[in-house]
Design a protein around this ligand. Structure first.
Ligand code: S3P
Length: 179
């Protein structure tokens, strides 16, 4: 069973994913990092070349490949839920955890993250703050709909978030065993 982390940019999917992988003794993979490695280009370069459309095509191929392996912690890009085929594949052998946070917190985290320039090209013509507000409002129902577990990370440390996720996984796995 894979543990899949979904959620908006800045919710801590990569950092929390690494903590989870370490604590659970599983391998960790970040679909954005793997995508960049495989393409030999940054996400920003891909957007510059073919826009969001090209990026979503490549992202879907990466998701399909990554889901073939079992028993890993997988951190996904914030827009992975936009394609139904991605969700279907991730679901097949994975528990889906939605990391949520409020707009002010995400704005602060994204702004302070050194990876933002490379990994997070603009997705709209809005200001950074308005873009988060607008996209989060439109995506939150999608994240919610596909998640097995939702956790609000706004006031939680990354370690505490990981602990809550692990507690949930234990209950989830026990329930599965009971049938
Ligand atoms: C995106 C989020 C990014 C990356 C790409 C698109 C999005 O990943 O996949 O820039 O549409 O929200 P992170 O969520 O890891 O920042």
């Amino acid at each position: 069973m894979n543990i899949i982390l979904i959620g908006f940019r800045g919710t801590g999917k990569t950092t929390i994913g690494k903590i989870l992988a370490q604590r659970l003794g599983k391998e960790f993979i970040d679909t954005d990092e793997y995508l960049e490695q495989k393409q030999g280009k940054t996400i920003k370069d891909i957007f510059a070349e073919g826009g969001e459309k090209l990026f979503r095509e490549i992202e879907a191929q990466i998701v399909a490949e990554v889901c073939l392996v079992d028993d890993r912690v997988i951190a996904t890009g914030g827009g992975v839920i936009l394609r139904e085929e991605n969700v279907r594949r991730l679901r097949k052998n994975g528990i889906i955890i939605f990391l949520d946070a409020d707009v002010d917190t995400l704005h602060k985290r994204i702004h302070e993250d050194a990876q933002t320039q490379r990994k997070r090209p603009n997705l709209t013509n809005l200001s950074a703050y308005e873009e988060i507000k607008y996209l989060l409002a439109s995506r939150r129902p999608l994240y919610d709909r596909v998640a097995d577990f939702v956790i609000n990370t706004t006031r939680l440390s990354k370690k505490d978030t990981a602990s809550k996720i692990i507690a949930f996984i234990h209950i989830y796995v026990k329930d599965l065993r009971k049938g």
